[in-house]
Write a protein that binds this ligand. Structure first.
Ligand code: GDP
Ligand code: MG
Length: 344
């Protein structure tokens, strides 16, 4: 039995290396993440170490080879899952969890003026490191003469990092569920989206107001359904759904520190089988807490992040921590309590 250990940058790289070195009869026996070392660990993604074996006995039997390929595929699926669970980059998660005052991105590490500006805008040190790494790799260690030119280059790096959320399939029924901590702005966001789908897009829309292990006391949702003449139900009601309906589901907030509540929500989501689960967070609270909330909810299958209370948070740079520090896309930003009001 031949054993090979490979170090890969990502899953695709691992697959390519295993195929090249061991062929299709390889079986992955172990996978682990190797964190970057030294200061680079603040922004570099961990590599992955994969140990794979190849059977000594070459077999001519098609079926045996097929089964080995099947095992390899299984192992690679496992590998993909292990890596994709890393929705929040480990280093940022550690920084976010820490109760210590946040380490700053030291000026001595670079000649660029950008880091100080980013710090004031709420970017986390690890994310600043990531950005500086990209800036210096692309444009060199020496910054341009003018700050305005630095900002222009920064804009280019940030726009490359932005992930556009997937478009919805408008040809079939869509079920959108809004989850998040209590009072994060889920119901107001839902009403803003409702007003948009009904008034701007003239789409057939319905709303369910559901309980979980707590009662949903939202009054604003039934009120707006009445104003907009949208079919509304407390609890499940499939009578007004057809193939083209957009169904918006309002759930009560969850005490995210209690894992039983998160588990209960998980069970509720399983029964509803939504097209999309939107996590709604209040952008005006501390980044460290936002990451803790995201961490708690990321046990569930979340499709995108949505931030409310943008009107109360001047440091919009905070949101870039979630673009660069996680694998999630940001779909909606909501700024204000008025409906339809500001929604981006
Ligand atoms: N300033 C501001 N207030 C908001 C925003 N979104 C919601 N709110 C307010 O935050 C409170 C909780 O909102 P709600 O949608 O009921 O939260 P839920 O418990 O997550 O459904 C209410 O008083 C809303 O008016 C926003 O974007 N900006
Ligand atoms: Mg609500």
């Amino acid at each position: 039995m031949e054993t090979v250990t490979i170090i890969a940058e990502n899953v695709a790289d691992a697959v390519a290396q295993i195929r090249a070195k061991l062929g299709p009869s390889a079986v992955v026996t172990n996978v682990r993440k190797i964190p970057a070392s030294g200061i680079t660990k603040l922004w570099q993604k961990p590599k992955i170490e994969v140990i794979a074996i190849k059977q000594d006995q070459p077999t001519n039997s098609d079926s045996s080879q097929q089964s080995e390929i099947a095992i390899l595929r299984q192992e690679l699926d496992f590998l993909k899952q292990t890596i994709s669970k890393n929705a929040i980059l480990d280093v940022l998660q550690d920084q976010a969890k820490s109760n210590q005052p946040q380490q700053t991105f030291s000026k001595t590490q670079t000649q660029w003026k950008i880091p100080r500006i980013l710090e004031d805008l709420g970017f986390m040190p690890g994310v600043i490191g990531l950005i500086m790494d990209r800036l210096e790799t692309t444009y060199g260690k020496d910054p341009p003469k003018l700050l305005s030119e630095e900002i222009l280059l920064l804009k280019q790096v940030l726009s490359k990092a932005w992930r556009t959320p997937e478009e919805f399939n408008t040809d079939s029924t869509q079920t959108h569920i809004f989850i998040g901590p209590m009072g994060s702005g889920k119901s107001v966001l839902l009403c803003k989206i409702l007003a948009r789908t009904v008034l701007c897009e003239s789409r057939k829309t319905g709303v369910w107001l559901m309980d979980t292990n707590t009662v949903n006391l939202s009054e604003i949702v039934p009120l707006y359904c009445e104003i907009l003449n949208v079919p509304f139900s407390r609890g499940k009601n499939e009578s007004f759904l057809d193939e083209q309906t957009i169904l918006l589901v309002d759930l009560p907030g969850v005490d995210w520190k209690d894992s039983n509540n998160i588990e209960f929500l998980n069970e509720t989501l399983k029964t509803l089988q939504p097209t999309s689960v939107h996590l709604v967070l209040n952008a005006s609270i501390e980044t460290r807490i936002l990451f803790a909330q995201l961490n708690a909810f990321s046990r569930l299958k979340i499709d995108d992040l949505n931030f409310t209370h943008i009107d109360e948070e001047p440091r919009w740079g905070k949101l870039w921590n979630f673009v660069l520090g996680t694998n999630f896309s940001i779909r909606w930003l909501s700024a204000g309590q008025n409906i339809p009001g500001q929604i981006f």
